[in-house]
Design a protein around this ligand. Structure first.
Ligand SMILES: Nc1ncnc2c1ncn2[C@@H]1O[C@H](COP(=O)(O)OP(=O)(O)OP(=O)(O)O)[C@@H](O)[C@H]1O
Ligand SMILES: [Mg+2]
Length: 512
């Protein structure tokens, strides 16, 4: 420790200071005199429950939303960020929670959109590809730069957005929940990028709901609640419990270990084989009625491929029995008719219609017909209990779902399936990413409630502690194969983690 404090952060002019920021939306005060101070070379975490106003504050910083009141200073100078162009010119680069890439363009085109190297009117494609390759390499991406963005996995899209933000020489880089779409390996690469950015004296604002990440990468944190900044913490001294308490006003338990007896008896869902050459070859996974079966594995282990195959993705050959019969799973529509539901990892592409209202989005599966044809009142009646059970924060059921905060959109995707009757198999792919601590607990309560009605649940998650706390059995996928099945009540987390990483099993510990 340097007691003289020379060069201490308090002696520096802040890189960024946002003062008294107010932003009103119809029915919502999203920012209520919010304050944020970020120092040069600092990683500053922005924390708060779903809907606390984090993304709104960052959109104001980017110049893509105009505040009703407030002042912004960069390196001491007042700035007026009246457009995204003005934000970029001032050296602000934001990677949005809902990625804003152009899906039909390639990675290289997206990276250098409007800034492609050209000779006269002619774009120098070779040079552009080179520049793009460098940028993608820098974030550790190993996908081709001529790939069309739409066809890439969500994690690769996230890396593309980060790489694009780095191609501008920004002095403040904002990352709005990158870990909601990145697996552990990719996140490691992003952390390396963050460390090299701050070592160059640039400032990073990092938004996440995961305390372990915040403690690892952050220097300081500002906690927001109901649009206000409630506290600032030095992360070298703060504890995760303290931060959570500041966010929700009390310390709430995140997950509770399964305490009920494991469902016994014959399986409802028997996955005999799901095979897609080069990707997965999964055999003999069974899920009993009322059982929550966890799927553990690293990014790329095959969890998403397995779930989408069960939900009618025709790329894989699927041999499945449901209650002794062979269901037709030739398309998502057929899977829905057979009683399957999927909450996908990429909710933006597959889960929601952002322009339609909250009530209609939530009711679409319950009604079994396109939401624009459904009578208004029916949709609302069906959807409301599920929305409130998950604590969705919205100003009116008629509000377009695209206007909700990221975490609240995720809750609507879940509510959609919870509102549906006749559900037999619920497939959940990373359902808690983007949810705050309280919302996670609400979600698992709802999932358990569905299971208790006899639904078979397959729950894929990278959060091993959530699996061991909520699943009756944990199946481990490694490089496309299921290598083990554990009972989390008799196997410790370290053993399961070892199998997740290495694919090796202490055979004696496998559950029956
Ligand atoms: N364009 C908009 N129109 C109307 N309301 C909006 C709009 N954008 C955000 N809101 C509302 O403002 C509030 C704050 O939302 P914001 O997206 O800033 O939350 P957040 O802290 O980023 O949450 P999350 O952790 O879920 O991403 C929410 O109640 C949200 O519904
Ligand atoms: Mg947000």
């Amino acid at each position: 420790m340097n007691a003289s404090g020379t060069g201490g952060p308090s002696e520096l002019t802040p890189r960024l200071s946002m003062r008294g920021i107010v932003k009103r939306f119809p029915g919502t005060l999203a920012n209520d005199h919010a304050e944020l101070t970020v120092l040069p070379g600092e990683t500053h975490c922005l924390l708060g429950e779903n809907g606390a106003g984090k993304s709104t504050l960052m959109k104001i910083l980017a110049g893509s939303l105009q505040p009703d009141e407030g002042e912004i200073r960069l390196d001491g100078e007042p700035v007026r960020l009246t457009s995204p162009q003005a934000g970029m010119a001032a050296g602000i680069s934001v990677i949005y929670q809902e990625l804003d890439l152009v899906p039909d363009l390639t990675v290289a085109q997206n990276l250098l959109l409007g800034r492609a190297p050209a000779r006269g009117p002619v774009i120098r494609r070779g040079r552009r590809a080179e520049l793009a390759r460098e940028a993608i390499d820098r974030v550790g991406g190993d996908f081709p730069v001529n790939a069309v963005v739409r066809e890439l996995p969500i994690a690769a899209q996230q890396l593309t957005a980060i790489a694009r933000a780095l191609t501008t020489q920004a002095r403040v880089i904002v990352m709005d929940e990158p870990s909601a779409t990145l697996g552990e390996n990719d996140l490691r690469k992003v952390f390396d990028v963050i460390r090299s950015l701050t070592a160059e004296g640039r400032s990073v604002i990092y938004i996440s709901h995961r305390m372990d990440e915040v403690m690892e990468i952050g220097d300081r944190a500002t906690v927001m609640r109901d649009g206000r900044s409630v506290s600032v913490h030095d992360l070298a001294r703060a504890t995760p419990d303290e931060l959570v308490a500041a966010m929700i006003g009390e310390s709430r338990e995140l997950v509770r270990p399964t305490d009920r007896p494991r469902p016994e008896g014959p399986a409802l869902l028997e996955i005999r084989r799901v095979h897609r050459p080069g990707l997965i070859d999964v055999r003999d996974i069974e899920v009993r009625p009322g059982e929550v079966a966890g799927l553990a594995g690293l990014g790329g282990a095959g969890r998403t491929t397995l779930l989408s195959a069960l939900f009618g993705d025709t790329g894989a050959s699927v041999s499945v029995r449901l209650d002794g019969a062979e269901p037709r799973l030739s398309s998502p529509a057929a899977a829905v008719r057979a009683g399957f539901a999927l909450v996908p990892e990429n909710r933006k592409e597959q889960g929601l219609m952002p322009g339609l209202s909250v009530a209609r989005n939530a009711a679409v599966t319950a009604l079994g017909r396109p939401p624009w044809l459904a009578p208004h009142t029916t949709g609302r009646r069906r959807a409301t209990p599920a929305l409130s059970g998950l604590g969705v924060k919205y100003s009116s059921p008629d509000q377009p779902v695209g206007k909700l905060s990221g975490g609240n959109q995720q809750k609507v995707v879940l509510a959609k399936w919870i509102a549906k009757g006749g559900l037999r198999v619920l497939l959940l792919d990373e359902p808690t990413r983007g949810l705050d601590v309280g919302a996670k607990a609400d979600l698992y309560r709802q999932v358990r409630h569905l299971a208790d009605q006899g639904v078979a649940v397959l729950l894929a998650s990278s959060e091993l502690n959530e699996l061991t706390a909520n699943a009756d059995r944990v199946w481990v996928l490694h490089e496309g194969r299921n290598v083990a099945c554990y009972d989390p009540r008799t196997t410790d987390e370290a053993t399961i983690a070892h199998t997740v990483i290495t694919g090796e099993t202490p055979a004696t510990k496998a559950a029956s």
